[in-house]
Design a protein around this ligand. Structure first.
Ligand SMILES: CC(C)(C)c1nc(N2CCN(c3ncccn3)CC2)c2cc(C(N)=O)c(N)nc2n1
Length: 332
């Protein structure tokens, strides 16, 4: 095979592997078996090793990182990652709505999202290519965890949209999480290896992302839901829902239970409905997040020093954790 044929075959393989990653890790609906997928990846890696000049940073073969890092570099977010004010009751939610409607009138559309209990992350794409993934840190400066985040198959290495729609720069924000199932399996493995177990999926996700060796991260079943926009250049949005639709079009995973409402009573009903329903979800949530949909209204409402006036978290009451103490059999 000459280099032109290799280039064509490599392009085909990359598109096919990216597509099957999207089907499996974003849609949770694979079309091929793991064996067929592995065969495609083996052929790509073999061709790239024969023609290393054809390797590109966005090739799916580049997901499992290189050498372990000595330490994480620091990254300054182009737009700070602000925090969220918490509401713990219906009354506090209604106070939030009152403050909003006093400022922008009572024709406000809200977007309501599950509050995924994971680790916030900021993904920077330049001309459509993933260049930096950073933890939230103190909101202004985070840690560069790009090599580790590249191992997460639900994170696209390239925005999968037509060229003329690709923004020059975009900071895509979301949550990295471990499913309840993945958390249980990881702790069982650690117990077998005599390693300390993680207290909850959030700690397990944070511990997996803060690995200096990305080969360890690659073995952890991490996933993502993207839910916010940071700095952006080269594309305009009018609403939060438009941002989420754009993320879906780019190939990101967006939570399927996000809903919008014009009536605040419906917002409250939806939040309360998830207090019990959440136990049937395959991942942990610790509340809901309510956001004003209009980006124009978000700008008018602005932020305090630490939190937006256009969004609030509703936290579910902490649950009584029943810890089963192994039956102690006393031999008589
Ligand atoms: C963009 C805004 C500020 C409105 C925002 N901020 C969030 N967070 C802020 C505070 N964060 C934070 N993390 C650690 C320490 C302090 N704050 C971590 C996420 C959101 C978290 C979730 C979620 N978890 O599912 C979500 N669906 N939407 C969010 N939206």
């Amino acid at each position: 095979m000459d280099i032109v044929q290799a280039e064509n075959r490599i392009k085909e393989l990359r598109e096919s592997i990216d597509y099957h990653n999207y089907r499996y890790y974003v849609l949770d609906n694979p079309e091929i078996t793991d064996a067929e997928y592995d065969k495609l990846m083996r052929e790509l890696i073999s061709l790239e090793s024969q023609f290393p000049q054809l390797i590109t940073p966005d090739s799916p073969s580049q997901r499992v990182g290189g050498e372990p890092l000595e330490a994480f570099k620091k990254v300054t977010h182009r737009e700070p990652m602000i925090s969220l004010a918490d509401a713990f009751s219906e009354e506090e939610l209604r106070d939030f709505n009152r403050r909003v409607t006093e400022n922008v009138g009572n024709q406000v559309e809200y977007v309501v999202e599950l509050k995924i209990d994971g680790l916030a992350v900021s993904l920077t794409y330049e001309n459509g290519l993933l260049v930096t993934a950073a933890t939230r840190g103190d909101g202004v400066v985070g840690e560069d965890v790009t090599q580790n985040v590249k191992t997460i198959k639900s994170v696209p290495l390239r925005l999968n949209i037509q060229k003329d729609k690709i923004p020059m720069v975009i900071e895509v924000r979301g949550e990295i999480y471990l499913s309840k199932e993945g958390f249980k399996k990881l702790n069982e493995e650690r117990e077998e290896m005599g390693l300390p177990t993680f207290a909850n999926p959030r700690n397990a996700a944070a511990g997996s992302i803060r690995q200096l060796d990305s080969k360890i991260t690659a073995k952890r079943p991490l996933s993502t839901f993207m839910y916010a926009l940071g700095y952006v250049e080269g594309i305009e949005f009018n609403t939060h829902l438009e941002v989420l639709e754009f993320y879906k079009a780019c190939g990101f995973k967006v939570n399927p239970h996000i809903k919008s409402f014009n009536n605040f009573d419906d917002v409250i009903d939806y939040c309360m409905s998830w207090k019990e329903k959440r136990h049937s979800l395959p991942y942990e949530i610790d509340g809901m997040v309510i956001k004003v949909n209009s980006l124009h209204f978000q700008k008018i409402l602005g932020s305090t020093a630490k939190t937006p006036r256009w969004a609030i978290a509703y936290k579910f009451p902490a649950e009584q954790k029943i810890s089963v103490i192994e039956d102690i059999v006393v031999s008589v």
